[in-house]
Design a binder for this molecule. Structure first.
Ligand code: AGP
Length: 608
């Protein structure tokens, strides 16, 4: 969703801000803007649409200066207009602010300010903040920001500059992330680490309620009561190169092809082949506590929840622990039954998903062990949980999640194994799982080698308006994930179903114009799935099968077949999902979609 970048240093700030905005594009946005302090004045330029439009527009202005802030806006309060784009300015035009989040009491604040004679040119809650801070300003920027924030209800990650204070950016966080990038004689501030990677790996993550005062040579952080807070500098291991498309036309296909490598990063050093177990060290639970766990709940949204569904199979089969998967937005409102023998994992690529975060807070309140399985280092979920594991997928910049999904599944399998070995699994079974896991990158590569063939098939499916994705057992969450990918990036309506459910209703829709993609892997449900596929076939629907190599009979059953290498059943999400990712990608490309930034979607969903 919205993105923030700010810079204070010795460099010309405009190129830094423009490059930063480009690196925030992946979050999704519909307008953008920049404010720079130039000659004791705020110079502001905003535009609707792509950063390219803004980059053209700034050429007509004198935007030289060494301190500035910029923003990508994803409309919430008010339409997509230049007036609503950030930065917003105070009445005297001397203060500029960029804000992520939602000010819940903005209407009452606006009424109050209007009565005092303030006029508004936008429909945003952020302009209210600009005027509120401006109304409280009498020479001390920090205290006016702090005083304004005392009046505010809601969430914010914000940066403020003032023409009278050309040596300062004030940043504040409540529920919406902000990261300070530590350079040499320069500082950066952003809504996530990605735009900072070209400049520094040293980051400071603000916590809720904190205010940072950033100058060229130092920064200071304060609590809500203006008490000094000592902050730790975290070194991020992501490289600048990882955040580039590296010759691929889109981040999504690059990230699909990253999977064998990042999968190895996820499991490296985290297993013990001899003992047949995993060694994930961040759990912060003793063996006794781990043995006491009677129930696991996996909380997540979207793709991460489908990774959770695959993880459920692993936890139940390997560890024998009853496991539920809960979509985060539902979990907190259904008064979930939780106790001190419940282990809750929050699974999230961004680590900032508001629904997941709120659900985890609820679980914590009710006394569960709460742990995170997260990609983004230093993200809110990573910091608010009492332990857990980074999935090491590297920066994932396409809105449609791919490599984070496979790495989430990998970590869930390792956790299931670790619990299983403490409870009931033999070393031999553990070793069998690990050996199969070690073969996964090779099998992923075998699927990736089939890209051309998958592309050829995919293109013949591009003109359908509906599709079903079917699977059973562990392949059911894979079907859901395949269907989600197609919806997200190709904008084709599709639904994922359990193969056995078709005859209970959905089969009524099948016709020659309603194709089916079915995952019919050689596993314990093979015969059952095959019958479901026959049922589909009998209704004249076009059929694409994802089948196991060597299953020659699949050819006579389907119009198209994509063969995948045979894999241990529990590990099939790590291999069988890849052809579906490529399938959706190639259809989206053929349809000319904006693959990396699909309409209406944001990478990191920070509002409930
Ligand atoms: C994935 O393709 C989606 N864009 C979306 O479902 C995503 O997985 C979901 O919003 C959860 O995000 P998170 O992993 O960052 O928490």
């Amino acid at each position: 969703m919205c993105g923030i970048i700010g810079y204070i240093g010795k460099k010309d700030t405009l190129p830094v801000l423009i490059q930063g905005l480009r690196r925030l594009e992946y979050r999704g946005y519909d307008s953008a803007g920049i404010a720079i302090i130039n000659d004791q004045k705020i110079q502001r330029v905003r535009s609707v649409g792509k950063i390219d439009t803004l980059a053209e527009k700034v050429k007509d202005f004198d935007l030289s200066g060494t301190v500035g802030i910029a923003h990508t806006r994803w409309a919430t309060h008010g339409g997509v207009t230049e007036e609503n784009a950030h930065p917003h300015v105070s009445l005297d035009g001397k203060l500029a602010i960029c804000h992520n989040g939602i000010i819940e009491n903005y209407r009452e604040l606006k009424d109050e300010l209007e009565k005092k004679g303030f006029t508004f040119v936008s429909e945003t809650d952020t302009e209210v903040l600009a005027h509120l801070i401006g109304s409280l300003y009498s020479g001390n920027l920090v205290s006016s920001v702090e005083a304004a924030l005392m009046r505010v209800r809601g969430t914010y990650g914000l940066v403020v500059v003032h023409a009278d204070h050309p040596d300062m950016i004030v940043a504040a966080r409540m529920g919406s992330p902000l990261v300070i990038g530590v350079g040499k004689g320069e500082y950066f501030v952003a809504s996530d680490a990605t735009p900072l990677l070209p400049y520094t790996s040293d980051m400071v993550f603000l916590d809720d309620g904190e205010v940072a005062v950033i100058s060229r040579d130092s920064f200071e952080t304060f609590s809500k009561t203006h008490t000094h807070v000592e902050k730790e500098v975290t070194t991020i291991e992501w490289s600048e190169a990882e955040a580039q498309t590296q010759g691929y036309p889109h981040f999504m296909i690059k990230e699909i092809f990253d999977q064998p490598t990042v999968f190895e990063d996820a499991i490296r050093g985290r297993y013990d082949l001899e003992e047949g177990t995993a060694r994930l060290s961040g759990l912060n639970m003793t063996d006794t506590q781990m043995r006491s766990v009677k129930r696991v709940i996996l909380i997540a949204c979207g793709t991460a929840s489908y990774a959770g569904m695959a993880g459920k199979y692993a936890f139940e089969r390997l560890a024998g622990i009853p496991t539920e998967v809960d979509v985060a937005s539902e979990f907190r409102y259904r008064d979930p039954i939780i106790d001190s023998e419940t282990l809750v994992f929050g699974i999230s690529q961004s680590g900032e998903t508001a629904d997941t975060l709120a659900a985890l807070r609820e679980a914590k309140r009710k006394g569960a062990f709460v742990r995170g399985i997260v990609n983004v280092v230093g993200s809110t979920i990573a910091r608010e949980t009492d332990g857990g594991t980074y999935i090491h997928a590297g920066p994932e910049l396409a809105v449609a999640s791919t490599k984070a999904y496979t790495n989430m599944v990998a970590i869930l399998i390792l956790y299931a194994l670790q619990f299983g070995r403490l409870k009931r699994l033999t070393p031999a079974t553990g070793q069998r799982v690990l050996k199969a896991l070690l073969e996964v990158p090779h099998k992923m590569n075998r699927v990736l080698e089939m890209r051309e063939k998958i592309k050829e098939i995919a293109r013949t499916y591009k003109d359908y308006h509906n599709m079903y994705f079917l699977g059973r057992g562990i392949n059911y969450p894979i079907a859901l994930e395949g269907s989600l990918k197609l919806k997200e990036i190709a904008y084709i309506h599709s639904e994922g179903y359990q193969g056995g459910e078709m005859k209970h209703g959905p089969i009524a829709l099948l016709s020659k114009d309603f194709p089916v993609v079915a995952i019919m892997a050689k596993d314990q449900l093979y015969e059952k799935m095959r019958s479901n596929v026959e049922e589909v076939r009998a209704r004249g629907a076009r059929l694409l099968l994802i089948a196991t190599e060597g299953d020659e009979s699949a050819k006579s059953l389907a119009d198209d077949v994509i063969y995948v290498p045979e894999t241990m059943e529990l590990l099939q999400p790590l291999v069988n999902t890849l052809p579906l990712q490529i399938f959706a990608y190639e259809i989206a490309v053929a349809l000319g979609r904006d693959v990396d930034r699909p309409r209406n979607l944001a990478k990191s969903v920070t509002v409930e």
